[in-house]
Write a protein that binds this ligand. Structure first.
Ligand code: ADP
Ligand code: MN
Length: 274
């Protein structure tokens, strides 16, 4: 069928139409049957019209590019209709978590001490664990979105498959801060916005990112957007303030080294954020 062809496409060559896709990765990576089934259902129910290439392959997850379908109502953030009652085509990023056991070992420190996950985190079952991580990322994105912290809008979650707003335009993903090649003026703006994101995450959403750096901040519409929040913890997590200090120093290191900026001391910034 048409949908089988669409699925095979993302497993074979991927698209070369868009910049920033890792086309090699799509040809090397085969989806496991469970993931295939979930993506297949999203296509056949009309939630998606197309999955078109891979945006990123990582240790813990792959991210795919997709277009919304005629029946694309998310349980988190439904699509808005235009005047003609037609749902506008929307681009999605789909994060598919990997079920390999190895990567979950060092994630323990984020979950232990989190009152939200006292129950239900099953260390012996990687499929359950990966589902918990995906749920955690959805909840964190949801909270950030609701509290006005710039991040992709979460759309839908099915097991270990998270659908969210694509940050980019017409298939071109917005770059990470690391790759954005900003001029000095923009660089300074980005620095300030990174610190504001950490502050707003902490003060408005009671969250500490836990892995914030130039890799997990995208430069989108001339603004910094935060991504990759699956490991973010409540601010009352026993290690939250240590994670926050690390986040601040990651940002400082990057802007000092590559932005050639005079950065503030981590102590001052810690005061500012908290
Ligand atoms: P990982 O755990 O693999 O680091 P991330 O959530 O950081 O997962 O996503 C990996 C990469 O995928 C990002 O660096 C970014 O380039 C791309 N990406 C993730 N989410 C989006 C999005 N919503 N829109 C556009 N690109 C995205
Ligand atoms: Mn990341």
């Amino acid at each position: 069928s048409n949908n089988v062809a669409k699925m095979e496409k993302i497993e074979s060559t991927g698209s070369t139409k868009y910049q920033g896709r890792d086309d090699r990765a799509t040809s090397e990576q085969v989806l496991d049957p469970r993931t295939r089934l979930i993506l297949f259902k999203l296509l056949s129910t009309g939630f998606l019209s197309k999955i078109d290439g891979c945006l990123s392959t990582g240790k813990e997850a792959n991210v795919y590019y997709a277009l919304s379908g005629s029946n694309s109502t998310g349980d988190v953030a439904p699509l808005t209709e235009n005047e003609d009652g037609e749902v506008t085509i929307k681009e999605y990023a789909i994060k598919v978590y990997k079920t390999s056991i190895l990567v979950f070992k060092d994630r323990d420190k984020y979950v232990t001490g989190e009152h939200r996950w006292r129950n239900g985190y099953c260390k012996s079952n990687p499929r359950k664990m990966v589902k918990v991580w995906a749920e955690k990322e959805l909840r964190n994105y949801k909270r950030l979105w609701e509290r006005g912290v710039k991040c992709p809008r979460p759309v839908m979650l099915k097991n270990h498959v998270l659908v969210m707003e694509f940050l980019g335009s017409s298939g071109w993903p917005s770059p990470r801060i690391k790759d954005a090649k900003l001029n000095p003026k923009r660089m300074r703006e980005a620095y300030v916005q990174c610190m504001l994101i950490l502050r707003h995450m902490f003060q408005r959403a009671n969250l500490v990112h836990g892995d914030f750096s130039e890799y997990n901040a995208l430069w989108h519409n001339n603004q910094v957007y935060v991504i990759d929040v699956s490991q973010s913890v409540e601010s009352d997590h026993p290690s939250a303030l240590d994670f926050l200090r690390k986040d601040i120093s990651n940002v400082n290191d990057f802007f000092r080294k590559y932005g050639k900026l005079d950065v503030m001391s981590t102590r001052q910034l810690f005061e500012f954020v908290t």
